[in-house]
Design a protein. Structure first.
Ligand code: PGA
Length: 252
């Protein structure tokens, strides 16, 4: 049995006051949820120390980062290393989100290097993969996703890859209000699980594969009840406590 995992990706949203209000509501709601539901929130890097303080003593909600630099230290103006994140402490690091790939030019090679940096600090990489609408229409979904996975696995090796969380996020569903149907999402997750089983063996049964892309409280339950969907990576709806808690509840 895999635990369900719900991670909120706050993207470039939030302020000190807004974060405090959101965390206050989450810390009230989360203890009412099933203890097997794992929860993470990914604020902007500058807000991680604030969230870390607000969550002191609340062991149910973990902190994630939205990005990391692959180097351990050095002359990389504006960047943040995995070691710096680890100190707060950060548990999850999102890697390869489609916004990082498309808006900031992150390549599979860069994502693989970041993955290694995160794994070296004993944090959990959340490797995001996804196809564009055009790729889906050209029947390239499977080849796109598997090549995104392969390019990371060949750099990291099996052992650290098997400790990652995979997040399938069809690009056409992110922030668009268009969700993959539960059947569409399950079909992809099944392919991903099969690929993981082929390359990693038994451990693939324990790996969490999240779905992301316009998950809301009203569509979360049917998505999460699919065999190979182990929770969600939530953008827009994670900024609203009621909606995020509703999604967490749907995971139980
Ligand atoms: P969304 O974003 O839930 O707003 O579609 C998901 C994501 O980008 O992780």
């Amino acid at each position: 049995m895999r635990n369900k995992l719900i991670i909120g990706n706050w993207k470039m949203h939030g302020s000190v006051a807004e974060n405090a209000a959101l965390i206050e509501q989450l810390t009230q709601g989360v203890p009412l949820l099933d203890a097997n539901t794992e929860i993470g929130v990914c604020p902007c890097a500058i807000h991680i120390p604030q969230i870390s303080e607000l969550l002191a003593g609340h062991d149910r909600i973990h902190i994630g980062a939205q990005n990391v630099n692959e180097h351990t230290s050095g002359a990389f103006t504006g960047e943040i290393s995995a070691g710096m994140l680890r100190e707060f402490p950060v548990k999850y690091v999102l890697l390869g989100h489609s916004e990082r790939r498309t808006l900031f030019g992150e390549t599979d090679e860069m994502i693989a290097a970041k993955f290694v940096a995160v794994a070296n600090e004993q944090m959990t990489p959340v490797l995001c993969i996804g196809e564009s609408l055009q790729q889906r229409e050209q029947n390239k979904t499977e080849s796109v996703l598997l090549s995104q996975l392969e390019s990371v696995l060949k750099v990291t090796g099996k052992e650290s890859f098997s400790k990652a969380v995979i997040a399938y996020e069809p690009i056409w569903a992110i922030g668009t209000g268009k969700t993959a149907t539960p059947e569409q999402a399950q079909a992809v997750h099944q392919v991903l699980r099969h690929w993981l089983a082929t390359h990693l063996g038994e451990v693939s049964q324990r790996m969490q594969i999240l779905y992301g892309g316009s998950v809301k409280p009203d569509n979360a339950k049917t998505l999460f009840s699919q065999n190979d969907i182990d929770g969600g990576l939530i953008g827009g709806a994670s900024l609203n406590a009621e909606a995020f808690l509703g999604i967490c509840e749907a995971a139980q």
